[in-house]
Ligand binder design. Structure first.
Ligand code: BGC
Length: 337
């Protein structure tokens, strides 16, 4: 091999090494670039988002459905949703949970705004950059980013229309409601909607209204008192999940359940059983699962700076025994579970 050949061979080898280095570094630059883009992207990986959902009563069937909806969205979007609430309905404790969520600087809060005391805390969270969605019960005067839940006035109106239809426009009505004070704005709306629906029907008269404070035993005691004081009562309207069950228990004790019309809120298991037995005649069904699921999607839109609606209304409808699917009729589950 002469010197020229050796020279060419060295050159070719060097060329191949250079090309190899070029491709190697080119690839490294591409990888680095990709990593840099990911790190500086405004689309922060979703798994870093940590949201808190605060309901009225952590183990209540209705609130468990809200949390199950949120948990489904948690899996879909790869976010973390912490579900919290008092053991028993307790607005003070709920406010403390809200305060703690704000202090721990979570990425978003979904809260049932039970009463006006929630407004200053919600406003504090939003002005400090934590988006807030109210769920099930709104705080319309607050700075919350959006509300998702039932139109409670409309749901009450639907209940009134169902009662008119089912009683052929003739009924003497007792109302058992969660509460009438400012702590129960949602129930006030449900009562107002109902009253407005039956108002112009001559044969329908509301003769009494009492508060259950969302407790079944209170609903029973109040219904018992009403039934003894008003022999003429032929129908009851309950505005919270447990009111209908309390009414039925009182009516059974007084042997007044026959020919007594009962309409109440929420397709929780106890109400479905009574609907099947014929002790409850109609239920106003809400969509708690959907409230929970959608609230997470809306929260992510807010964080990404998308324009969101002020109010997202979930459906409410009337369920009667005939609406229960046949197999559920014999098993006793919720018509929509
Ligand atoms: C209401 C919720 C309440 C639940 C349990 C539902 O009808 O929409 O606000 O927490 O009943 O009482």
């Amino acid at each position: 091999m002469n010197r020229t050949t050796i020279g060419y061979t060295i050159l070719i080898v060097l060329f191949i090494i250079a090309v190899g280095f070029f491709f190697y570094f080119y690839q490294q630059v591409q990888v680095y670039d990709k990593k840099l883009k990911e790190a500086t992207s405004t689309d922060v990986p979703l798994s870093t988002y940590h949201f808190v959902l605060i309901g009225e009563e952590v183990d209540h069937e209705y609130w468990r459905l809200v949390s199950e909806g949120a948990k489904k969205a948690e899996a879909t979007y790869g976010v973390i949703v912490e579900y919290e609430g008092p053991k028993r309905s307790n607005p003070e404790e709920q406010l403390k949970l809200l305060d703690m969520a704000i202090k721990s600087k979570v990425d978003g809060i979904i809260v049932q705004a039970l009463n006006e005391q929630f407004t200053p805390l919600i406003n504090g969270a939003v002005t400090n950059g934590i988006p807030v969605i109210t769920v099930d019960t709104d705080a319309p005067g607050s700075l919350r980013d959006a509300y998702i839940g039932t139109d409670n006035y409309q749901a009450g109106f639907l209940a009134g229309k169902a009662l008119i239809e089912d009683t052929n426009g003739k009924a003497t009505v007792g109302i058992i409601t969660g509460g009438t004070g400012q702590a129960y704005q949602q129930h006030q709306l449900r009562v107002q909607g109902f009253k407005d629906a039956v108002d112009k029907v001559e044969g329908i008269n509301i003769v009494a209204i009492a508060e259950s404070n969302l407790k079944r035993v209170n609903a029973e005691a109040k219904a018992y008192k009403m039934l003894t004081e008003h022999e003429e009562i032929s129908a009851f309207y309950g505005t919270s999940s447990l009111d209908g069950m309390g009414v039925v228990a009182a009516a059974k004790t007084l042997k007044r359940q026959d020919n007594l019309y009962v309409i109440t809120f929420d397709t929780v298991e106890g109400n479905i059983q009574l609907l099947k037995n014929g002790d409850i005649d109609a239920i106003v069904e809400q969509e708690p699962f959907e409230m929970g699921e959608k609230s997470i999607a809306i929260m992510l839109d807010i964080i990404k700076g998308k324009t969101v609606n002020d109010i997202y209304q979930t459906n409410s409808s009337i369920i009667r025994k005939a609406d229960l699917p046949t197999e559920k009729n014999s098993e006793g589950g919720s018509p929509h579970d």
